[in-house]
Write a protein of this length. Sequence first.
Length: 509
Amino acid sequence: MKLFQRSERSLFGEILDWMLTPLLLLVPVSIGVTWLVAQGIANRPFDRALEHKLRTLAMLVKSDQGRVEFRLPQPVDQILRADDIDQIYFQIRTAAGVLLAGDADLPTPSNPQSAATAATGQTQFGAASPDEGEGITDDYEVHLRDDQMHNAAVRVAYTWVQPRARIGIGASAAPVLVQVAETREKQSVLAAEIIKGVLLPQFAILPLAILLIWLALVRGIKPLSQLEQTIRERKPGDLSPLDDRSVPYEVAPLVSSVNQLLTKLKDSLATQKRFLADAAHQLKTPLAGLRMQADLAQREGASADDLKLSLQQIGRSSVRATHTVNQLLALARAEGGAAALVHGPCDLAQLTIEVVRDAVPRAIDKHIDLGYDGLEPGAPGVLLQGNATLLRELVQNLVDNAIAYTRSSPKHPGVITARVLADPFGHVALLQVEDSGPGIAAGDRDLVFEPFYRVLGNDVDGSGLGLPIVVEIARQHRASVSLEDAHPQRQLPGSRFTVRFETGSAGGM
């Protein structure tokens, strides 16, 4: 039931509907309950008065020599007939159905004979003992019922009396039914007055309750309006977290989610800015070289050899620029989050073998012995959840880095080995790439994972982005990267890069 329909969904309207709908539905229920309670309250005083009249008539029932007598004094009759609003009827009838006095058409209770038989054996219905004087006691079991008299509703009080002799001697008479009935006009009037007295204040309080609920909701929802105003007044570049200490407990999860979104957006913008800065910085040198070589090739008097040399330099610069762009794109793709790419089962051994096979021609050109030594594809522990494209990029950067920095000659060929290992329980997979190069000093081992860092003292042409790409892809797969000497006891200790994958948790990316 929607009391406040709007063109768009409103939290204020939803709460108001769910609060007011039960309240308004309870109004008719309250009216019905009040009517029942009012009827009960109105009946009690009139029932007591009716019982009193019944007892008065019952005391007038006497027995003389086994014969029941009933004499209604004039004052008592006047009292019974004195009500000017309701009609009062009475009836005195034996168990055999003989009318002794009163109104013959007053209905009798159901199964009067069994009730009379039960009354015969109950002493509380009898008269007093001889030493208690004349007459009977008023200790009767009075019954009340609703009935019809002359097509009008009446309230009937009745009891069974065991008459006794006037002087306490002689035979006892049979039980006598005594009934008094009264129409219900006064009860209806009193019940209506009670209902008016109870319901009219409720109808007056109902609008006040609705107003108070409205004001309470306005006050309760005010923190949401303040939060909306705070967000609306923010500057476009302000990505700082929202203050979740001043918001209600129920809104705190929403604010926390917004703060997480702002953090992700901030990181994404920072990644884009860093990528643009890195791209501009790294492309500046090869592009400047391209322009310089082009100017040299166009100078007057340049010989064919000079032109050929300039073209060679232009080719090398273009290759370096292409490699730098590819590395920057790979780093941006890794930092952008692997969640945007498809994840699935990946065979780390199979990926490593494919990368090694593709790098063999380059290794042969540099007289490097490149090979794979590890678990076979499909072996236990080599399967993990990840993105095949990024994992291939990770292995390729490690292998390319090893090929670039491994010294080799036909007489002293370098050796590079890639391997994939797994623990016996299949919870950890290790990717290792080791070389026989000069190694990396302990002071530089943390720095080589920073973008564009180059170890001093080497003439290798590179962009300084390969290892940062490895670290970022490993982070996307919840893996860790470590660096150590491959052969500490040798003059050329070489380097061993180890990537540790937790295969039991890699699927939770």
